[in-house]
Design a protein around this ligand. Structure first.
Ligand code: NAD
Length: 340
């Protein structure tokens, strides 16, 4: 266990078990140099405790890097709840989790992630103040995440294709959910040409019609000949199977962990496909919850989110000068903030 902690430069790892509420939870605090650790709570079924530990450590580290490059006063942390086969009492489970968060005295602030929702965070907020994104505070991260991705796509298009705006630029979006749907609206308003896919055919039909967009089957999105491929659905979509199908100049979307492995980022670089590192381009939601909970006004949050454009510019410039893939440059830049 200590090897894992040291390798990830993790600062704290906490475990909580409470039989009466079925809670089995782990909270990882990676780094608090910039402020209290902020990161969502994931509630999924894990095949064993070790997978849950590995997941929470990896995710907490990712949040530190994301916050460092987003320029928010936040450290990186994450929580996991090992989901029971059947949750007997959801209210009791999340109140119990909230007490666990509260015991850490504000060093960790929780939020929604896979398998949790705003109702769960409402229960958490009954027993602790250290939660962001419940019905009470109304901090919906998705529209602002889409705005950041939009700004990031503009930066990538300028760098790679030399265009000042997105008029006529062809973007293929995978997943038109909360973020992908808002992104599609922004791109449409900017004059981009859209190709969309989603496994939800009803949503896909409605969105394609509204935005005059082409649509393809989910498995065909990778080989759409386009300027930008925007993964906004699942993680690990740049993998051994898909990487040779890509016919785009740029990969830039909201999904977390788009690269199945770092090696896939290296391959994109060798193929001369520009990759906008996921945790940089999708930081709008983090900026919103981080600054939202301390009462920063919306216009300032929007401006800060638009700053993702400049951060990516710097990453792309350094990548070009050093002939090093952008995901490697992003990690180096985050480490400069966290450890120097
Ligand atoms: P969402 O669930 O609202 O949307 C995902 C969409 O992808 C859904 O419409 C779903 O039907 C579709 N989808 C799922 N599998 C698909 C497939 N195989 N092919 C095509 N479409 C598929 O989720 P979201 O909140 O929009 O988040 C999207 C991604 O962005 C996730 O990876 C999430 O982790 C990441 N992200 C979201 C936020 C945020 O603020 N919501 C912030 C940062 C990162």
């Amino acid at each position: 266990m200590f090897d894992k902690i040291e390798q990830a430069h993790l600062s704290e790892l906490h475990f909580k078990s409470d039989e009466s509420s079925q809670l089995k939870s782990i909270i990882a605090i990676h780094n608090t140099k910039l402020g209290p650790a902020l990161g969502g709570c994931r509630c999924i079924e894990y095949d064993c405790e070790e997978s849950a530990v590995n997941d929470v450590i990896r995710l907490a580290k990712g949040m530190s890097y994301k916050a460092a490059l987003a320029g928010v006063p936040q450290g990186g942390g994450k929580a996991v709840i090992m989901k029971p086969r059947k949750i007997e009492d959801r209210v009791a489970l999340y109140q119990s989790f909230g007490r666990f968060v509260d015991e850490l005295g504000g060093r960790y602030i929780t939020a929604v992630d896979s398998g949790t929702n705003l109702n769960d965070m409402d229960q958490v907020s009954k027993v602790t103040h250290h939660v962001s994104g419940s019905h009470q505070d109304g901090l919906d991260p998705s529209p602002i995440t889409a705005l950041g991705v939009f700004a990031g796509i503009k930066s990538a298009v300028k760098h790679k294709l030399g265009y000042e705006d997105l008029n006529g630029v062809h973007v293929a979006i995978q997943g038109i959910g909360n973020v992908g749907g808002s992104l599609a609206d922004l791109l449409y308003q900017a004059g981009a040409r859209l190709t969309l896919t989603d496994i939800d055919t009803e949503k896909l039909d409605a969105c394609s019609k509204k935005l005059n967009a082409a649509q393809v089957q989910p498995e065909d999105i990778y080989n759409v000949s386009c300027d930008v491929f925007a993964p906004c659905g699942l993680g690990a979509v740049i993998n051994d199977e898909t990487i040779n199908q890509l016919q785009c100049a740029i990969v830039a979307g909201s999904a977390n962990n788009q690269l199945a492995s770092n090696e896939h980022g290296n391959i994109l670089h060798r193929k001369d496909i520009l990759y906008a590192p996921d945790y940089v381009i999708n930081a709008g939601g983090l900026i919103n919850v981080s600054l939202g909970i301390i009462g920063v006004e919306e216009a300032i949050i929007r401006n800060k989110t638009l700053g993702i454009h400049q951060t990516l510019n710097e990453i792309f410039q350094r990548s070009k000068v050093d002939n090093t893939p952008p995901h490697v440059i992003a990690d180096l830049m985050a480490e400069e903030v966290l450890y120097h």
